[in-house]
Design a protein around this ligand. Structure first.
Ligand code: ATP
Ligand code: MG
Length: 416
């Protein structure tokens, strides 16, 4: 039997129903913030990701699915594609601030484990064109509201400010000098990062490296008055709006293009894969992709991780609907006639099922029961000649006689 590739999953109907419920809630919430939804191609030029994410990142250096002699790549994230689309379609002409969101699948060649897949889904939002602190606040308030609407309260927003380019350059240089003293004690990965992107070492999960970092210089001591003031303002707003945040001096994002505000929503429930979403400001990305300097901020939430939390919370998802009525037929004439009824009921939005296997009345009845149909209607030669059918309500067993040509009456009985 052929199997799906490792790290991928089928989304079966009941699961998709849950997802669509969440997607609707996301769409509703984003609409209340006046964001508009966007979709971009599943693959883009590899160059977009190399430039937009950075060659030193895990994503570009080892997680991309590229093909056609490396010309194209399955999207491993959505921010660079959204910005590409923003520039290519001149969306900046529509309004100085564009607020966009997406719900999309993406692909990363990672080691699969719980909450970590090779094809997975993200929902994310971007505010393009504003460096006002209110846009930072808005971007954090969106996922905060969505999680709270879903009854998720056991999360904390880890937040940091990694400064502007100048501030960060000075900091990174001191961080490197500090870490060089411990070079021999660093992992192979960190040794490489030490020369290519020392900031990323702060992200380490290795205990020994964490110990080394205890006395490392901190970015907050390199921030100038203007950055500090803005950050304080943001924290004040978040506090006033009851966002449960914690400052985290070592929070840096895996992607190169981040600056200033960076944040991560962490669940206390997810174990080692505890990040529900990550985000931050990326004021340099748009220039990097060929646009005019434009500030922007966004986040991306992992849908599967959200689903894991909801399952653990025993969240009650709405259930798929059962048929309203199962039309049981017997005989060729009845079968043909039943199509008039099913057609009419279906065009009125009534979920109508019939037998497609030419089964006996008894096994059609069994099937109606198995499908948990609310009503059954039995239509055979006798009913056709008398013009009267029995409509049976399955839970009570109550039967009502209805005239065959009074479909209105049937509808009324079913929907009441
Ligand atoms: P991590 O440190 O967990 O690898 P990341 O920095 O790669 O995260 P982002 O690229 O910022 O994560 O993606 C945002 C969110 O997408 C994450 O917080 C997580 O919820 C989800 N996510 C990331 N990688 C995967 C994956 N392989 N499978 C499922 N969800 C993922
Ligand atoms: Mg990752």
């Amino acid at each position: 039997m052929l199997q799906k590739p490792k790290g991928t999953f089928d989304i079966l109907p009941d699961e998709l129903y849950k997802r669509n419920f969440i997607y609707n809630l996301i769409r509703e919430t984003l609409s209340s913030f006046n964001f508009k939804e966007i979709l971009t191609p599943v693959f883009e030029s590899t160059e977009l990701f190399k430039r937009g994410i950075g060659e030193e990142t895990d994503i570009v250096s080892k997680e991309m699915y590229s093909f056609n002699e490396d010309k194209f790549t399955l999207r491993p994230e959505l921010t660079a594609p959204v910005i590409r689309a923003y520039l290519e379609n001149s969306l900046y002409n529509e309004s100085p601030v564009k607020k966009l969101f997406y719900i999309s699948n993406l692909f990363r060649a990672e080691r699969p484990q719980k909450g970590r897949y090779r094809e997975f889904w993200q929902f994310g939002a971007e505010i393009i064109g504003s460096d006002d602190i209110l846009s930072d606040a808005e971007i954090i308030l969106i996922p905060d509201l969505i999680l709270k609407k879903l009854g998720i309260n056991d999360f904390v927003v880890k937040i940091n400010n990694i400064g502007n380019t100048e501030e960060r350059t000075e900091y990174v240089s001191d961080l490197k000098t500090y870490l060089l003293k411990f070079e021999n004690e660093l992992s192979e990965t960190s040794k490489i990062r030490l020369y290519k992107n020392p900031l990323r070492i702060l992200d380490t999960k290795i205990e020994k490296e964490k110990d080394i970092l205890v006395n490392a210089p901190l970015i907050k001591n390199y921030l100038k008055a203007e950055t500090k003031e803005k950050f304080e303002k943001l924290l004040n707003i978040l506090q006033k709006l009851n966002v449960n945040f914690e400052q985290d001096d070592k929070l840096v994002r895996g992607l190169d293009y981040y600056s200033q505000t960076t944040f991560e929503f962490q669940s206390t429930k997810l174990g080692s894969q505890n990040a529900i979403l990550g985000g931050g400001r990326y004021d340099k990305l748009i220039e990097l992709l060929g646009g005019k300097p434009t500030p922007a901020i966004g986040f991306a939430m992992g849908i599967e991780r959200l689903l894991i939390i909801l399952e653990e919370n025993n969240f009650t998802f709405p259930k798929q609907k059962n048929p309203d009525i199962y039309i049981i037929t017997s005989g060729e004439a009845a079968k043909l006639y039943s199509l008039n009824i099913t057609n009419d009921l279906r065009s009125n939005g009534i979920i109508t099922e019939t037998d497609l296997l030419n089964r006996s009345i008894k096994s059609q009845m069994k099937e109606a029961d198995r499908l948990k149909s609310k009503f059954v209607l039995i239509l055979g030669d006798n009913e056709l000649s008398s013009g009267i059918v029995k409509l049976k309500k399955m839970d009570t067993g109550n039967e009502t006689d209805v005239e065959l040509n009074k479909i209105e009456k049937i509808k009324e009985l079913i929907t009441n």
